[in-house]
Design a protein around this ligand. Structure first.
Ligand SMILES: [Ca+2]
Ligand SMILES: [Ca+2]
Ligand SMILES: [Ca+2]
Ligand SMILES: [Ca+2]
Length: 285
């Protein structure tokens, strides 16, 4: 912290104040107070934060949200919704907004209710939230985090190293999810919670679990899998995997060269067991 403040001091005067103020706003905006529907982190519609684009869809709309990048601007379109342009963004038509791309571009979209389609057609990292409803989330050429939420969702990563995330909305039970690329259905054991099977496409490489007891299984390629809270069973299978669990669980690296981490800094739990791991680490503080 003192190092950051020092940097601002060197800049001096109004520039330093402006930067500090922008940084603080971005920090506040990254921490919405509640999960209830609000817009662009509780500002209307689409906003530009510290270089990033944030959009919350209107409630009651089956959205078709697409984000592209052109001539230094994010372009957000949704033919199904009347978009509201908030701070840093301009409405071009009722269904199209533009916002200048900042120094550290990233995208966060919340589609909220409805059976929505959300497409990141840029190379920027994105977090796409389907929320309730049977959603289709389509990542861009960079790293995407695809959080389907409730409903039977389809998660397509595109190029880049992409993550199917279950840690976003609160769930009452753990999930079983794997990266075999198979279509999800309620007759199978994956992916996602019972009654809401997701299809995680073969172009998704990584998994993040819930706060409950999950079973998370990779594939023959390199995978990054984090069980999050709960006593998780994490399996990497082939490929050089990075696997993390958080106590009372089991990590199995499978074939090839795997890094396995039992992170039990929260305490009150036993270290996870390791099998098939070439590198292991237990983090206790
Ligand atoms: Ca929606
Ligand atoms: Ca959903
Ligand atoms: Ca978990
Ligand atoms: Ca693997």
């Amino acid at each position: 912290m003192s190092r950051s403040l020092g940097k601002y001091r060197v800049l001096g005067g109004a520039a330093a104040l402006a930067l500090l103020s922008a940084g603080l706003s971005a920090g506040l905006m990254a921490q919405p107070a509640a999960a209830k529907p609000c817009y662009g982190d509780c500002q209307p519609g689409v906003v530009r934060g510290f270089g990033d684009l944030r959009y919350d869809a209107p409630v009651g709309v089956t959205d078709q949200i697409t984000v592209t990048a052109a001539n230094g601007f994010y372009v957000l379109t949704d033919p199904a919704a009347a978009i509201i342009a908030g701070t840093g963004c301009t409405l071009v038509t009722p269904h199209e907004a533009r916002c200048p791309i900042g120094p550290s571009p990233s995208i966060r979209v919340r589609a909220l209710d409805g059976d929505d389609v959300v497409t990141n057609a840029t190379s920027f990292p994105a977090e796409l939230n389907g929320d309730p409803g049977n959603d289709r989330l389509i990542g861009g050429s960079g790293p995407d985090v695809l959080i389907g939420g409730a409903g039977a969702d389809v998660l397509q990563g595109g190029a880049g190293s992409d993550t199917a995330g279950y840690s976003g909305p609160p769930t009452s039970t753990g999930v079983r999810a794997d990266l075999d690329g198979a279509t999800g259905d309620d007759g199978s054991a994956d992916d996602g919670p019972a009654g809401a099977r997701d299809t995680i496409a073969a172009d998704v490489e990584n998994l993040e679990g819930t706060n409950h007891d999950d079973v998370l299984i990779g594939n023959a390629g390199p995978n990054v899998i984090d069980g999050d809270g709960g006593a998780d069973r994490v399996q990497g299978l082939g490929g050089d995997d990075q696997l993390t669990a958080h106590g009372n669980g089991a990590i199995d690296g499978g074939a090839d060269s795997d890094h396995c981490v039992s992170d039990i800094r929260l305490g009150g739990v036993a270290a996870d067991t390791f099998a098939g791991c070439e590198f292991t680490k237990v983090i206790t503080f």
